[in-house]
Each structure stands twice: as C-alpha cells, then as structure tokens.
Write a protein that binds this ligand. Structure first.
Ligand code: B12
Ligand SMILES: *[C@@H]1O[C@H](CO)[C@@H](O)[C@H](O)[C@H]1NC(C)=O
Length: 430
C-alpha cells in the first residue's frame, strides 16, 4: 500500500512541472493557428507584422508562409508604391515590409520601389524617408508620421545590417530624453518599446550613434519607463502594449523577474480571448515565445526541411460557430464633438454585442444628419470622418473615442457594445 502511494506521488511530482510548460505551448500553438487562419482570409491586404510573427514562431506551415510572402511582394508592395505616388510617407509600413522579407530570408537587394519618377532599392528609399523625417523633426520638433514608425525605420535598417545615420538616431534619443513620445495625452509604452529595440540593435552593432554614453542613458530611461508603466495586474501600459514592452525588455537583456508578471498577464489575456485582432496577436505572440524583433537579425532559413514536426503545422477544420445577433437591445448614446466645440447627441438601440462599427452604420442609415467614414490600416478601420468633418494625420488631428468618459483601447470594429453606455467622438489635436 505504502509503495503504491509513493509511486503515485512520484508520478504526480514528475508531471507537476510539465503541465505548465505544455499548457504554455498549447496557448502559443492556438495563437499561432489563429494567425495562420487570418492569412487565409484574403479580403484584406496581407499584413507584414503577421508575417514576422509567423516566422518568429516555433511551429510553421511553410506552404502558407511562402504564399503569404508572395502576396506581400505583390499586393502590399503595390500599396506602398501607391502611397509614394501620392507623395505620402510610408516609413512604418516599409520598415515592417523589410522586416517581413528579412524574416523569410528574402534577398532584399533584388526588390525595387517605383515612385513618381524613379525606381529605387527598398533600403535606399527607406533611408531617404528617414532623412526627410529627420528634417521634419529639426523644423517642427516631430516626425511627419510618428516616433513609433521612426523607431521601426531605424530597427529595420539596423536588423538588416544597413548603417543608420547617427544624426537620425540622435533625434530619437533626444525625443526619449525630452519626454516627447506620447499616445494622445499619456506616455506611449508601445513607442518606448519600439525605440528601445531600435536603440538596442544599434548598441549591439556598435554603429549608427555618436556618443555611447548618451545611447546607454537613453536605453536606461526607456527601460525605467517601461518598468514604471507596470500596473498592479502586471500589464505594462495596457493589454495591447504589454507584448511590445516584454519584447523590448527581452531585447535589452532584462532578467526574467522584471517581466514575469507581464508575461503572466499576457497569457491570461490570451486565454480570455482578448487578442482576436491579428495585428494584436502579431505583437504578442513573439513575446510569449520569448522572442523579440532583434531575433530577426540572425534569422536563418536553411534548416527548414519541411519534414520535421516543427514545419508541418496544420489547421484543423473548424466548424463556424456563427453567433446569431442577440435579440435583446441596449441603448446607446452617441455624442459627437466637432473641432469648434459644437456637440450633437443621438440615441439608438442596438442588439447587445454589436460592434461599434455596426452601431454607427445603423445610426447612419436611420439618421440623415449623421455620417462617418473610415480608412483601412493594419489594425483595421480607423475612424477618419464624422458628420462631414475629417480628422486626419496630415492635420495632426484624430477622432478620439471614449465610453462614459474612459478612453477606448480598441477600434470601432473590435469594440463590442455589451451594455448601455455613452460613446463620445471628439475631434482632437495632438
Ligand atoms: C501613433 C498611434 C496613434 C496615432 C496615429 C496618428 C499618428 N500620429 O501617426 C493617434 C494618436 C491618432 C492614434 C489614435 C488612436 N489609437 Co493608436 N496607436 C498609435 C501607435 C503608437 C503606432 C501606430 C503606427 O504608426 N503603426 C505603424 C504603421 C506601419 O502601422 P499602420 O497600421 O499603418 O499605422 C496606422 C494605424 O495604426 C492607425 N492607428 C493608430 N491607432 C489606431 C487604433 C486603431 C484601433 C486603428 C484601427 C488604427 C489606428 O494610425 C497609424 C498611422 O496612420 C499604436 C501602437 C501599436 N502597438 O501599434 C497605437 C494603437 C494602435 N492605438 C490604439 C488605440 C486604442 C487608439 C485609439 C482608438 C485611441 C482612442 N481611444 O481614441 C485611437 C483611434 C481612434 C480612431 N479614430 O479610430 C491601440 C489599438 C489597440 C487595439 N486593440 O485596437 C494601440 C495598439 C495602442 C495601445 N497599446 O493601446 N493612435
Ligand atoms: C455628412 O453630414 C454633414 C453634416 O451633418 C453633411 O454636410 C455632409 O454633406 C454629409 N456627407 C456625406 C458624405 O453624406
């Protein structure tokens, strides 16, 4: 009898360490499959950030990944060229595109971008856009796009072994040290994380900066701000910045104990289904697998033979569980505050669980004096016009969204109306 108990408890002890490990593996696998599924749905442009996450993952479906790479090289490539022809900067998308190509070990020298009257290699063009951004910072104290994209630009060049102009780096260091990196009103954790990865890459390379001490100081500032952003529940910033923050800390060589609770928070979110937007998953999954964008620097694709278990990730057929729209309605107040302060209020009743996008479409159909439109982005539709009034990046304005006074942390397509509330759209400058 005693013997049996000992055997049983020995077995328990043996497995006790394991469930945790394999639980995590299962969670990663399910996010990995969710991403793979998202690339199968071809009604949107292919997303380079999703490609990077697939490539940084442990398990692979090489056929789907290479098909996705081809779509990036055609559809996404064309989309960037379209922006260039409209004289728009594409720093962030171009940087992500380069990182995606790098993640698949694609020869970057063989790709060219056609602008209005020239044809340039990708890198030459990115370097030129970075110079333009640098000039813009010198004259207007900020980039035309934003510091998140400016950091991505540095990161893409550095990870590819292309020399970054030290003056370009200097402007990012200066912005960090002078607290100029914001999202709306508050310090932007996502951008600090991206800046941290970019500067860490330069530090590792030993080029692209003037003063090593200054670089170290900026890195220390970033790290401190990331650690300071930690909430009681473990998140750094919010649910959607924590993945990037963890990536940055990993890149900077932080000890595990500095981000263990953040990892735990990410896993809890993932289990609750917080990450269904592919862009969100793409920023979180590398962190969960303890990878950062700096891992792309040494990425090799040689050992991918397609026969190992790691290269045969398959999607099981899923039975579409279409949830019928709820019959129950909730009342929704929609307030619009234009740039001149003029306010309008609308009240509608929408099925519980509708997305804000659906609710607004419904309101637009019913109310002649309400209208809105959106612009596509990697995160989904960005609300760009309400009641005939545009709030655009070019004017440094946007439609800020809040519910009962609290800032939304999702866009109109992802946010679901689960209870009666008041949504406010305010045309805001930044
Ligand atoms: C810069 C930025 C902004 C700027 C964009 C303009 C500018 N200065 O360039 C401003 C301040 C306008 C902004 C606004 C908002 N943002 Co913002 N933004 C970012 C940030 C830091 C970088 C985006 C970027 O340039 N990406 C690089 C390029 C290559 O990708 P892109 O997709 O082409 O970029 C465009 C879109 O991302 C778009 N955009 C920016 N924010 C958002 C948010 C949503 C929901 C959508 C659909 C699009 C969008 O603007 C970018 C430039 O054109 C990200 C951080 C991150 N982790 O991605 C947050 C982030 C995307 N934003 C976020 C949020 C919540 C918002 C707001 C909804 C906040 C609010 N309550 O109003 C609004 C959008 C409202 C609307 N009108 O639809 C969340 C989205 C989370 C989610 N699950 O959807 C992020 C992840 C930050 C976070 N951790 O909370 N944002
Ligand atoms: C949207 O509404 C505004 C006023 O509410 C109106 O001036 C404008 O013409 C409308 N635009 C469209 C595209 O319907």
């Amino acid at each position: 009898m005693k013997g049996i108990i000992i055997i049983v408890s020995a077995l328990l002890a043996l497995t006790a360490g394991k469930p945790l490990e394999s639980d995590h593996e299962e969670l990663h696998l399910s996010l990995n499959k969710q991403l793979l599924r998202s690339v199968d749905i071809q009604d949107n442009l292919p997303n380079p950030s999703v490609h990077i996450a697939l490539r940084l993952s442990k398990q692979h479906n090489l056929a789907k990944e290479s098909e996705h790479l081809n779509r990036l090289k055609t559809d996404f490539h064309n989309d960037i060229e379209k922006s260039l022809k409209n004289n728009e900067l594409a720093v962030g998308r171009l940087a992500l595109y380069i990182l995606a190509l790098k993640s698949s070990c694609h020869d970057l020298e063989s790709l060219y971008l056609a602008g209005n009257d020239d044809r340039e290699p990708l890198f030459t063009h990115l370097k030129r856009e970075m110079e333009e951004e640098k000039q813009n910072i010198a004259f207007s104290h900020r980039p035309k796009t934003n510091y998140y994209q400016y950091s991505l630009g540095i990161l893409a060049l550095c990870v590819s072994g292309i020399r970054v102009n030290a003056h370009v780096t200097q402007k990012l260091i200066h912005a960090v040290e002078h607290g100029q990196i914001k999202h709306g009103e508050s310090l932007c954790v996502d951008t600090h994380a991206m800046a941290g990865m970019a500067l860490q890459c330069l530090k590792d390379e030993g080029t692209g900066f003037k003063d090593p001490e200054e670089l170290d100081k900026a890195l220390a500032t970033i790290k401190q701000r990331l650690l300071d952003s930690k909430r009681a529940d473990g998140h750094m910033g919010n649910e959607f910045s924590t993945g990037l923050a963890v990536q940055a800390l990993l890149a900077m060589g932080s000890p595990m104990n500095e981000f263990a609770t953040a990892m735990e928070a990410l896993r809890a979110d993932a289990r609750q289904g917080t990450y269904h937007n592919p862009m969100a998953i793409s920023q979180v999954l590398p962190a969960l697998q303890q990878k950062s964008y700096l891992n792309l620097k040494k990425k090799e694709c040689r050992s991918e033979d397609g026969t190992s278990k790691l290269y045969t990730l398959v999607l099981d057929a899923i039975t579409e569980t279409e949830v019928p729209p709820s019959k129950e309605k909730v009342s929704l107040e929609v307030e619009v505050i234009k740039s001149n302060g003029e306010a309008s209020l609308y009240i509608i009743h929408v099925p519980r669980g509708s997305s804000l996008f659906e609710a607004l479409s419904f309101l637009q159909d019913k109310q002649k004096d309400f209208n809105f439109s959106t612009q596509e982005s990697l995160w989904g539709p960005f609300l760009s016009m309400v009641n005939g009034e545009q709030a655009r990046q070019t004017d440094r304005r946007y439609w800020h969204i809040s519910t009962d006074g609290t800032s939304l942390n999702q866009g109109i397509k992802d946010y679901k109306i689960d209870s009666a509330q008041k949504i406010t759209f305010k045309n805001t400058g930044y």
